[in-house]
Design a protein around this ligand. Structure first.
Ligand code: DP6
Length: 420
């Protein structure tokens, strides 16, 4: 390791998106390697609205591997972090920074310590796949720091060992996680089905649902489902393989009717598996169920489906509208049923605010003036559920990981290697 100064810090910053599964991953055949019982397909969300930024730094002055998440130091001792660090270090190459006079050889990486700082641009506690973006960003940033030659798919197999769904965040657009057959997991990796421009009519609205309940983690929930649910076995063997083919076809042809039907059916089946688990797991709550009814009623009243819904291991709804026009109608419906608790609309609809503007919603008075959706045939106006949704995030299909070369975006100080 050659360096003119002893106090050098070499670092890289990357940004990685979250993803939402439209064909769900639920169940592992290997807990340590994180190998799933079925293939899954996801849509990557625009990182401008939901992403993780991670800075990874190396220096001979560091005494141990350390990590900070949202500015708070966290332990790296867990098996999942250790697997990712080990797998990346094993693939490290010679790295030279001529400007700084740094030369790190392949062999040096095993002895050098790392500092890692990660930041989510959305609330970590909101249940919005923060571990997916987080582990994907860790694998991607470390891969760049150590000049790992592996491509995104091979990096995805490393991110997978941090959190299964993370492997799908190595690409933009539509992504398939191939379950693989090998015992060592070498063929369990993500591939891109279509990039984010392929179907950019889609608009995504996430309803962050208020919840007081502490949910079962995905990791332990799926483990219990594998042990006790017969429906999971049937789903993995008989249902998902066919659904994956149909979903790939729907995506290829931008066939929203089919996409929507498959997405909703798969979300509902995943939650049915949770209910079939002993003891049963409830991730959705009354608000989630209400959102499903609103979407179903609306879709049935139109000639063709306008919106798809999907729910992960929590009550938040991810709604995918067929296009901008459908998204404005969706926002009007959602705001009609779930008006905000306060008059502050700017913190109630976040992300791409132009959808609400297009829907004619500029202030609280516009929400109050919304008429009941036309599909409500009764003369009695439907009940409203003020405060049951914490906020909405409007977004779109997004790109995969990128390096941030502007040093002002780094989360670690370039001199000390400590959080800024
Ligand atoms: C319901 O990837 O969080 O979101 O692999 O144990 O870390 P681990 O689980 P995780 O599970 C995600 C489950 C899901 C469906 C999906 O994203 O496919």
């Amino acid at each position: 390791m050659a360096s003119e100064s002893q106090n050098w810090v070499f670092m890289v910053t990357a940004q990685t998106p979250t993803n939402i599964a439209v064909i769900k991953y639920w169940g592992k055949r290997d807990e340590t390697l994180i190998l799933p019982v079925n293939d899954s397909i996801s849509l990557t969300l625009d990182p401008s609205h939901l992403c993780t930024t991670t800075t990874v730094a190396v220096s001979s002055a560091f005494h141990q591997d350390r990590m900070w998440l949202n500015a708070k130091e966290i332990s790296l001792s867990g098996g999942r972090f250790q697997s990712c660090l080990r797998e990346i270090r094993a693939r490290a190459c010679d790295v030279e920074d001529e400007n700084k006079g740094i030369k790190i050889t392949k062999e040096d990486w095993a002895k050098l310590h790392l500092h890692i700082a990660s930041y989510n641009n959305f609330p970590t506690a909101a249940g919005l796949a923060s571990s997916a973006a987080g582990f994907a960003c860790l694998a991607y940033a470390l891969g760049k720091l150590m000049d790992v030659k592996e491509d995104e798919s091979q990096l995805s197999a490393i991110a997978r060992q941090g959190s299964g769904s993370a492997c799908r965040s190595l690409f933009g657009g539509f992504v398939k996680w191939i379950m693989g057959k090998e015992d060592n997991g070498s063929d369990s990796l993500a591939v891109q089905l279509a990039d984010e421009k392929h179907w950019d009519d889609l608009v995504i609205v996430i309803a962050v649902v208020s919840s007081r309940q502490k949910e079962t983690s995905s990791t332990s929930g799926m483990c219990e489902s594998v042990e006790t649910s017969l429906l999971l076995q049937h789903r993995a063997k008989e249902i998902v393989p066919k659904r994956i083919l149909q979903m790939e076809e729907a995506i290829k042809n931008r066939d929203f009717a089919s996409f929507s039907q498959l997405t909703c059916a798969d979300s509902n089946q995943f939650h049915a598996v949770c209910l079939d688990t002993s003891p049963p797991i409830f991730y959705m709550n009354d608000t989630s169920h209400r959102i499903i009814s609103i979407a179903e009623k609306w879709n049935r009243s139109e000639e063709a489906p306008q919106v798809a819904y999907t729910f992960d291991a929590g009550p938040n709804a991810v709604l995918i509208a067929r296009n901008r026009k459908a998204a404005t109608s969706l926002i009007q419906r959602l705001l009609y049923y779930f008006p905000p608790n306060s008059d502050d609309l700017s913190s109630y609809i976040i992300g791409d605010k132009s959808i609400a503007k297009d829907a004619g919603i500029n202030g609280i008075q516009d929400v109050e003036a919304l008429p009941p959706p036309p599909e409500i045939k009764d003369n009695i106006p439907p009940q409203k559920y003020k405060g049951d949704v914490s906020y909405f995030i409007c977004t779109r299909p997004g790109r995969g990981p990128v390096l941030l070369s502007d040093s002002s975006q780094a989360l670690l100080n370039g001199e000390t290697g400590l959080p800024k």
